[in-house]
Design a protein around this ligand. Structure first.
Ligand SMILES: C[S@@+](CC[C@H](N)C(=O)[O-])C[C@H]1O[C@@H](n2cnc3c(N)ncnc32)[C@H](O)[C@@H]1O
Length: 281
């Protein structure tokens, strides 16, 4: 048994529970809409080719059809559970568009045809060194095509640091080695700006800290159950261990995010990039 604090190296996102993830769908969807609002008109006109990397349960992917009703959209995800949840949204659309789903790893995905839009919302934080994939993605865009990304930038917030702290307590450390994510998988906004500009794109990068107001008992614990907590719970198959971990972590979360008369505030920083491939590249 090693007593060394966990050095998280996990590079896969584990088992997903679409139902738990969608419990906070309202708050989770807002950054997606804020991202899409900044996407300029696409070169493919009415029938753009679009891929959504890490499409999850597909509800937001399908919403792209509201803006581009005849788009040919592919949702890519590695999670069978998420793709099953998205299945009912797949198929041709009434206005000549289509939504197709593919099970694949973002880390090895490359565009198989010229794209008008490659989008990824709240997924690249699970893909180590994802910026090394940008050259292939930008090369797969038509001139004027867009790479649109949104990633959480909250890895130093209490929801994550407390998870790491509890997982590294002596009685958990051995079983939870590698189960908490690293803090450096998402670059700074400036780094995205420089990397995408160097690839011949006109780039719009920004960050926002949303103040989500959550309801219920210890709602931040409920929120992270749908995302950052999953690899930890995957690593603790015994329900009694899961319960013990949740009690320890939940108590710290309750103190870090106290309830107020109107609800519990979860500040959540997110980083956005919209890169348009220039015609001369
Ligand atoms: C937080 S969810 C976001 C889902 C959706 N984009 C949304 O905004 O609601 C992250 C998704 O990324 C997927 N994912 C994580 N790592 C992946 C990888 N390496 N390849 C493909 N999908 C991945 C997960 O399976 C999950 O569905």
């Amino acid at each position: 048994m090693s007593d060394t604090p966990t050095t998280p190296t996990s590079n896969h996102s584990g088992t997903w529970d679409p139902g738990q993830y969608l419990r906070h769908a309202g708050n989770r969807s807002r950054p997606f809409y804020d991202l899409v609002a900044r996407i300029p008109p696409l070169p493919g006109g009415d029938t753009p080719r679009v891929t959504d990397l890490g499409c999850g349960p597909g509800n937001l992917t399908a919403s792209l059809l509201d803006r581009w009703p005849a788009a040919r959209i592919t949702g890519v995800d590695s999670s069978a559970e998420m793709l099953t949840a998205a299945e009912h949204l797949a198929g041709p659309t009434a206005r000549s568009g289509s939504l197709h789903l593919t099970q694949a790893d973002i880390a090895t995905w490359t565009p198989d045809a010229p794209h008008d839009l490659i989008l990824s919302n709240a997924a690249l934080q699970w893909v180590p060194d994802h910026w090394t994939l940008f050259p292939a993605w930008v090369a797969g865009l038509r001139p004027g095509g867009v790479l649109a990304l949104q990633m959480p930038g909250n890895f130093t917030s209490p929801s994550h640091t407390l998870l790491f702290d509890v997982a590294n307590r002596p009685h958990w450390r051995r079983r939870l080695a590698h189960a908490t994510g690293p803090t450096d998988r998402v670059l700074t906004p400036e780094q995205y700006l420089r990397r995408l500009s160097a690839l011949g794109c006109d780039v719009d990068v920004w960050e926002t800290t949303y103040l989500h107001v959550l309801q219920g008992d210890n709602p931040v614990l409920d929120w992270v159950r749908g995302t950052a907590l999953r690899p930890v719970l995957d690593a603790l198959p015994d329900p009694a261990d899961q319960q013990a971990f949740l009690e320890e972590y939940g108590e710290l979360l309750r103190a870090a995010y106290p309830p107020e008369p109107f609800g519990t505030v979860l500040p959540f920083r997110r980083v956005f990039a919209v890169a348009v491939r220039r015609a001369d590249t």
